[in-house]
Design a protein around this ligand. Structure first.
Ligand SMILES: [Zn+2]
Ligand SMILES: [Zn+2]
Length: 339
């Protein structure tokens, strides 16, 4: 099969012919029809992921927003059939037994396998995955539409769920790229009043059509002043990887409100404890999501409440796509199609 291979960190991926994976008894073989390109793929390829997520496999096939069709299954697979359309998320496998799995937070599983990091991912014609963690894609959602939900979508869905946003509350989304434009829609479906914040007029225009009531351009507006004038926000979700986004988001949160940490700047972010304490602010980080989060999000998408803005590109153009992402020139999500 054809696959994009990472041989060494920071190097370009090379398109090669490699041996097609063979599913074990509990696994399915999936013909990849779409694989989203996530900012995390850049971090993995650069080797700048913190030691908490070590790359244990080289050479490696990246890609953890996979959607495709089951073409083969192991002997003990009973929950999926040949022909089923399934998606494979970042969380590739979890043990089900550790305290995190038992507490319902399998995304924190101490023994987890990670798609496209510790095992091969979806920048390929085929990928294998445990049938327990390959989730069925509802009818009515194409593979191309569904793929980005398996990381970008579920990450912001979980973050917003954990903020327990109530109807009528104010939510600001900082950065309306791949994750942010989905967060705007999920926020709207929770009946929040959504403000989208970005430096790109094009992305802000898209945020408005995705349901943002207010858009603020950080290049031309004092965002903190504007948000505070309206009473501050109940929740500020940062999807941007720019430290400046956190510097603006934190003071925009109203007393008792919550800062949702999703975007990952390479620098540390610091907040004065006196403000944290005096305003009783909450900081909640979020790491992708569980299978339950994904099922809920897929149902929302099938009901037409969330549409990912997608553009497709052939797998052969993977390096160009990663370069485009590195420079922040991607609106919505780019999805690779192997053929
Ligand atoms: Zn991702
Ligand atoms: Zn576990």
């Amino acid at each position: 099969m054809k696959a994009a291979i990472l041989h060494e960190l920071k190097g370009p991926l090379t398109i090669e012919e490699v041996v097609q994976p063979k599913p074990a008894a509990h696994e399915v073989l999936i013909e990849v029809q779409a694989c989203g390109v996530c900012h995390s793929d850049l971090h993995v390829a650069n080797g700048d992921w913190p030691p908490i997520v070590p790359i244990t496999k080289t050479p490696l096939i990246l890609g953890h927003e996979i959607a495709g069709r089951v073409v083969e299954k192991g002997n003990s697979v009973n929950d999926l059939e040949i022909g089923d359309r399934v998606g494979v998320p970042w969380v590739h496998w979890t043990c089900g037994e550790c305290e995190f799995c038992q507490e319902g937070n399998e995304n924190l599983c101490a023994k987890q396998q990670i798609t496209g990091v510790t095992v091969d991912g979806g920048y390929a014609e085929f990928v294998k995955a445990p049938s327990s963690h390959a989730l069925k894609i509802p009818d009515g959602l194409t593979c191309v539409e569904a793929a980005p939900l398996f990381c970008a979508g579920v990450t912001v869905y979980r973050a917003l769920q954990r903020a327990k946003i109530q109807p009528g509350q104010r939510l600001a989304v900082f950065g309306v790229g791949g994750l942010g434009h989905l967060a705007v829609q999920i926020g709207r479906s929770m009946d929040a009043i959504v403000t989208a914040v970005d430096v790109s007029e094009e992305k802000l225009a898209h945020a408005r059509s995705a349901g943002a009531s207010i858009t603020l351009n950080t290049a031309t507006t004092n965002v903190v002043k504007e948000l505070r004038r309206a009473g501050g926000v109940h929740a500020a979700l940062v999807t941007s990887a720019a430290k400046a986004a956190y510097d603006a988001a934190y003071p925009s949160v109203r007393p008792g409100g919550i800062l949702l940490v999703v975007g990952l700047p390479s620098e540390s972010i610091c907040f004065p404890p006196i403000l944290l304490a005096a305003l009783e602010l909450h900081i909640q980080a979020s790491s992708v999501g569980t299978r339950q989060d994904l099922r809920e999000l897929l149902a929302m998408a099938a009901a037409g409440k969330v549409h990912c803005q997608v553009a497709t590109r052939p797998l052969a153009q993977v390096n160009e796509v990663l370069e485009q992402l590195r420079h922040g020139n991607v609106s919505g999500r780019i999805v690779l199609v192997p053929r």
